[in-house]
Ligand binder design. Structure first.
Ligand code: MLT
Length: 331
């Protein structure tokens, strides 16, 4: 074959491959619980961009923010059954399916973004990933770091546990969070995430807790006035993939998915550091008032740790396990 014919043949082959890739590009659906603009969406965007780049366009990820594909808890079931590819949701909404994940929502265990990164990317995160595959049929392949959940309400400034009395506070359907508010002296109202904005707007509930960036993305500032800067749970929001769908992929596609998840996780950590203060300021500019909890150590922290932790030792792997994790965090 002469050179001209060879070049022509190569061009035709490359063009055919491009068309084939374009035609057969695999498109995954990614459910996202929060509205666009939050940390979940940021993780999703970074994941989609990296997946497309790593597979040279052979795989794409379509993002569906604002719970378009169902409430966060429902997306875990759907992914487990292979009806949904990916979901990004708060870890507290995974806990009901895989209780050991609760170690990440026990109040005041994680005290900084560094603690959060150390646990999620270290041996603890690896173990929890294996547990969620076993218990829930989903695999954690990335994390968004969303900041501490702060308490918001529409009634009055809250600084002490006395101020909290009589308030109707929405929580996810998460036993640990319910127990924490019980320890603080009130009975919270468990409510699905998709129902939360309306419940706040119609004053069915007075308040809720979520990170600053989530409060902003969900436009809670339109229906909430007061923020209490409690730091009881550092919000972690994993990117999960249906284990059944993951196992159907080629080894190359699996590696691309995992690598895109790792890169998106790094991006999320940087996004939090660069945006949280700005968004907090925007919430204040929009009229929200921020209060520090009074007597935090003696009131908020002591009640939550002494009354709540012992109730969940068994589900998180035992007291020794918790002690070992605390020691690994230098406490
Ligand atoms: C919840 O409160 O249910 C979740 O934290 C919501 C979220 O995913 O941001």
């Amino acid at each position: 074959m002469n050179l001209k014919a060879l070049v022509k043949g190569t061009v035709v082959f490359a063009a055919t491959m491009l068309v084939a890739t374009a035609v057969s590009a695999q498109t995954f659906r990614v459910a996202i619980g929060d509205a666009a603009g939050g940390t979940q969406h940021e993780l999703g965007k970074a994941f989609a961009a990296n997946l497309e780049e790593l597979t040279n366009g052979a795989a794409k990820a379509d993002l569906f923010p604002n719970s378009q594909l169902g409430d966060e808890t429902d997306t875990v079931n759907d992914a487990a059954m292979g009806l949904l590819d990916f979901s990004i949701l708060a870890i507290n909404n995974v806990t009901p399916f895989s209780p050991s994940v609760g170690i990440l929502t026990l109040p005041y265990v994680i005290q900084s973004p560094e603690d959060a990164k150390k646990l999620t990317l270290g041996e603890v995160g690896q173990e929890l990933t294996e547990n969620t595959i076993r218990d829930a049929g989903v695999r954690i392949i990335g994390w968004s770091y969303s900041g501490f959940r702060v308490l918001t309400n529409s009634k009055r400034p809250v600084q002490t546990l006395d101020d909290l009395k009589g308030m109707v506070i929405r929580v996810p359907r998460n036993e640990i969070m319910i127990a924490t508010y019980n320890a603080w002296g009130i009975n919270p109202t468990p409510l699905a995430w998709t129902e939360t904005f309306t419940a706040l707007q119609q004053k069915v509930v007075d308040g809720q807790d979520n990170p600053y960036i989530t409060v902003s993305a969900m436009k809670f500032d339109e229906v909430q006035k007061y923020i209490t800067n409690i730091r009881y749970i550092f919000s972690l929001e994993p990117l999960i993939v249906s284990e059944a769908i993951f196992q159907q992929q080629s080894p190359e596609m699996q590696e691309a998915i995992l690598e895109a998840g790792r890169r998106a996780t790094e991006h999320s950590y940087a996004f939090l550091a660069e945006s949280e203060d700005r968004i907090k300021q925007e919430l204040m500019d929009a009229g929200m008032e921020i209060y520090e909890p009074a007597n935090e150590e003696k009131e908020w922290i002591e009640a939550a740790t002494t009354k709540v932790w012992p109730q969940f030792y068994d589900s998180v792997g035992g007291k020794e396990r918790l002690d070992a994790i605390l020691a690994s965090l230098g406490r």
